[in-house]
Ligand binder design. Structure first.
Ligand SMILES: Nc1ncnc2c1ncn2[C@@H]1O[C@H](COP(=O)(O)OP(=O)(O)O)[C@@H](O)[C@H]1O
Ligand SMILES: [Mg+2]
Length: 378
């Protein structure tokens, strides 16, 4: 939409086109009230049949409000939502550092790659705990601040711009954007859980470590088939990483969501342990890895349970036995919920002990009385 440059959308003056994705164009703009630069994402409503416009607009507004509530240091914040002449737009922080897509060929070491992605994992863990899935984790949705801190963008946008109708039209719901990072259950247009974000995150990690995506195919349809059926080449066979790092990534790319890491926290704990063993103690933002991922956080128990989950042997993605006995939960909150603080057995033991004490005292009193009677003391 080059015609927008120089125009105003509400209080935002459009300055230049930053980039275009499948369903939207992103512009650099000036917020004339706060006098600062912002990024404005304009959804191409014309890509949808006219009959659906009103419903899409309503849904867009509702979901934009939910997304605006996500506040995290590594999530691109949504500042405003507007609509002009039927064109909906989102106003976000402007990130001047480019995207991870642009940095893919930057020859980072394996450790640097993981240190770079740890804050992104934290952002996903936070969103999952708030019941929001990303659904479109990919290198072009990881942007950088001026000082090089990674910021995850476009939370839930894939859901926003997809309607049931477009899903039916494409037959799979996989017609929007690149399928390279799409989990098998998304390809099949099934309900998705945080597991789909874990898959996409591991696909990005694979690409950052190896320099190439885990799945390749000449056509869109062939790519979808590969995602559903073909196992990616181990990174070690391509001369990258080590067996342990591959086991961590492979578990994230298991075709069956139930065989993947149980949560972003469990994956993060495994990657943090891998980094610590190699003498890396801070992520790219300078946050202490051990404190964030491996030390139990009082009360919530989530770091402790993540550490337990991460300590489970990582099964091969092709193994037939499920990686965990608990079935995957459909709600992100349930996935992140901390385990019970006190196992049942312990609770029962705790309530039995006063009773035992009373019986012992009574028995002792009985024995003393019998001895006294025998010796005629009373
Ligand atoms: N907040 C932002 N700040 C700066 N540039 C951005 C921002 N959001 C998106 N962009 C740029 O706009 C491009 C298009 O974004 P988008 O429409 O989300 O498509 P995609 O994520 O598929 O590339 C991105 O690749 C990025 O270069
Ligand atoms: Mg994007």
């Amino acid at each position: 939409m080059p015609g927008l440059i120089g125009q105003s959308l509400g209080r935002y003056t459009i300055l230049e086109l930053l980039g275009e994705g499948g369903m939207a164009a992103v512009y650099k703009a000036r917020d004339t009230r706060l006098e600062r630069e912002v990024a404005v994402k304009v959804i191409r409503l014309e890509a949808f049949p006219a009959l659906q416009h009103e419903r899409i607009l309503k849904r867009f507004e509702r979901e934009a409000r939910a997304l605006a509530r996500l506040t995290h240091p590594n999530i691109v914040h949504i500042n405003d939502y507007g609509e002009q002449d039927g064109t909906p737009y989102l106003v976000m922080d402007f990130l001047p550092g480019g995207t991870l897509k642009h940095r893919m060929g930057a020859h980072l070491t394996w450790q640097e790659s993981i240190r770079l992605l740890i804050p992104v994992m934290r952002a996903l863990q936070y969103a999952h705990a708030h019941g929001i899935l990303h659904r479109d984790v990919k290198p072009s949705n990881i942007l950088f601040t001026e000082s090089g801190e990674p910021m995850l963008s476009d939370f839930g946008i894939a859901k926003l711009v997809e309607s049931e109708e477009t899903q039916t039209l494409t037959g799979t719901g996989a017609g929007i954007g690149t399928p390279e990072y799409m989990a098998p259950e998304q390809v099949r247009a099934e309900d998705v859980t945080p597991s789909a974000d874990i898959w996409a995150f591991c696909a990005v990690l694979y690409e950052l470590v190896v320099g190439d995506t885990p799945f390749h195919a000449p056509t869109h349809t062939a790519m979808l088939e590969h995602i559903l059926e073909v196992e990616p080449t181990p990174i070690t066979q391509l001369g990258h990483g080590d067996e342990r790092l591959w086991a961590i990534i492979e578990r994230g790319l298991a075709k069956d969501p139930a065989k993947r890491w149980a949560s972003m926290g469990a994956l993060g704990t495994a990657l943090a342990a891998w980094l610590l063993e190699r003498g890396e103690h801070h992520d790219v933002c300078g946050a202490p890895i051990e404190l964030q991922w491996l030390k139990p956080r009082g009360g919530t128990g989530s770091a402790a349970s993540d550490a337990e989950a991460a300590a489970e042997p990582a099964p091969s993605a092709t193994a037939t036995a499920p990686a965990r006995s608990r079935p995957p939960s459909s709600t992100p909150e349930a996935v992140e919920r901390a385990p019970s603080a006190s196992p049942d057995g312990e609770a029962a033991r705790g309530s039995r002990s006063p009773l035992v004490l009373v019986l012992v005292v009574l028995a002792a009193a009985g024995i003393i009385a019998a001895v006294c009677r025998y010796f005629g003391i009373f």
